[in-house]
Design a protein around this ligand. Structure first.
Ligand SMILES: Cc1cc2nc3c(=O)[nH]c(=O)nc-3n(C[C@H](O)[C@H](O)[C@H](O)COP(=O)(O)OP(=O)(O)OC[C@H]3O[C@@H](n4cnc5c(N)ncnc54)[C@H](O)[C@@H]3O)c2cc1C
Ligand code: SF4
Length: 371
């Protein structure tokens, strides 16, 4: 009998991998670096594409449901505040060492360590870090969250003034060769449109302007959300923003070239949100080294068998899922979780191996309590 699967990361992807494995009768050890589960999702004010003005689909509620489902499964051993520090051996018998010096024999490993939002501080033209009323998309998300600092009411950081004029600048930190980020982050058009609709739903007189390069709302329900935003009066201006400038009093002037009509646009706003793109998780280099797995040019973990086995990493027995492979919406992370569990079940069956209870690496056949 082989060890359980080691799942790295306790966001919605990692939790769903563990649940899907349990449904197949397979055990797992889920290791989360922080002190809580859920990753970014509990901070989301609402979750596209299934939301309405009644405020259903609160991120924390959704993550809480998955966490409760996981907590009810005896096949899953959760360890918070822990990271992987070493791996020896090969599939289907890896010996994993953790930050608390404990060791575990595991049959397979799933990397579900998610992503980090891009920090726009280095893009000086936007004034992030210098102008308090220039915030990032994830910061706006938290400001709009009823559990956040203003209970979801949009007030600007410098003076608590109600935000009546909001600008959202898309593609900040993505599709930008100058900073070595030519890729599209895929979810920021949708999350920004969701944010614009959320603000308008709460402040019907708010004037909201989105500056975009192209709109990439590609999935089912996303394009409809974009159409709804336009119908409700959210203004979309196609153009490159050349910069933001703070006025005395805290307002922000945004200057852009409207590339559809070839005109320079300049207007002032109470607040500006930078729709920042995604970067690999902070530990990506350490994890790639310890696990001996490859990465793609944008820095995320590689999945070379893209068509046949899209969650296989470059090393047998190690898999990647969710935003550890690149930014994607929650729904796709859940699909990844199920797919990777099915792949592991198939591989273990091929090996004639089954995944049993957690075993202490130093006492090879004796099941041990792990918490
Ligand atoms: C502003 C914003 C708004 C969004 N709105 C929506 C929306 O409305 N609808 C939607 O579908 N999607 C939305 N998304 C996308 C959504 O947040 C992601 O799909 C989701 O968070 C991905 O889950 P994940 O588990 O893959 O990664 P994460 O949420 O990033 O979770 C990864 C987990 O791994 C942990 N971890 C990191 N490194 C390690 C390590 N070395 N060892 C152990 N654990 C580690 C982290 O602490 C974290 O708990 C939004 C994203 C942003 C930025
Ligand atoms: S999803 Fe939209 S905002 Fe994000 S990088 Fe792609 S085009 Fe730009």
């Amino acid at each position: 009998m082989n060890g359980p699967t080691l799942v790295l990361g306790g966001g919605v992807t990692g939790m769903h991998v563990a649940i899907a494995l349990a449904e197949l009768g397979l055990g797992s050890v889920l290791v989360e670096k922080s002190s809580q589960l859920g990753g970014l999702v509990p901070r989301l004010s609402r979750t596209f594409p299934f939301f309405d003005d009644d405020g259903f689909n609160d991120g924390a509620e959704f993550a809480g449901q998955i966490e409760a489902e996981m907590g009810a499964r005896s096949e899953i051993d959760v360890r918070l505040g822990t990271v992987l520090t070493g791996v020896e051996g090969e599939f289907p018998e890896f010996r994993a060492t953790f930050s608390d010096k404990s060791q575990e024999i595991v049959s397979t490993i799933v990397v579900a360590t998610g992503f980090e939002p891009f920090n726009p501080y280095e893009l000086e033209e936007y004034g992030y870090g210098r102008y308090p009323n220039v915030v990032t998309g994830p910061e706006l998300e938290w400001l709009l969250n009823p559990r956040g600092p203003t209970r979801g009411e949009l007030r600007r950081p410098s003076d608590d003034k109600h935000v009546d004029r909001l600008a959202l600048i898309f593609c900040v930190g993505s599709r930008n060769r100058r900073i070595g980020a030519p890729f599209c982050s895929r979810i920021c058009c949708s999350y920004s449109t969701k944010q614009a609709l959320t603000v308008l739903g709460r402040h019907p007189t708010a004037e909201i302007t989105c500056f975009y390069m192209d709109i990439r709302t590609y999935d089912r329900g996303f394009e409809e959300m974009y159409s709804m935003a336009q119908e409700r009066g959210i203004r979309y201006i196609r153009g490159r923003v050349s910069g933001c400038k703070e006025l005395p009093g805290g307002d922000i002037v945004v200057r852009a070239e409207n590339t559809l009509v070839q005109k320079i646009f300049s207007s002032s706003f109470d607040m500006v949100s930078l729709s920042t793109g995604m970067r690999p998780c902070k530990d990506v280099e350490q994890l790639a080294r310890v696990l001996r797995i490859g990465r793609v040019p944008d820095g995320f973990f590689a999945n070379p068998a893209w068509f046949h086995h899209p969650h296989d990493s470059t090393r047998e027995g190690v898999f990647v899922a969710g935003c550890a492979m690149g930014a994607k919406p929650i729904r796709n992370c859940i699909v990844d979780g199920s797919a990777v569990a099915a792949r592991i079940a198939g591989l273990l069956r091929r090996e004639g191996a089954t995944s049993g209870p957690v075993r202490d690496a130093n006492q090879s056949s004796r099941p041990v309590a792990t918490r």
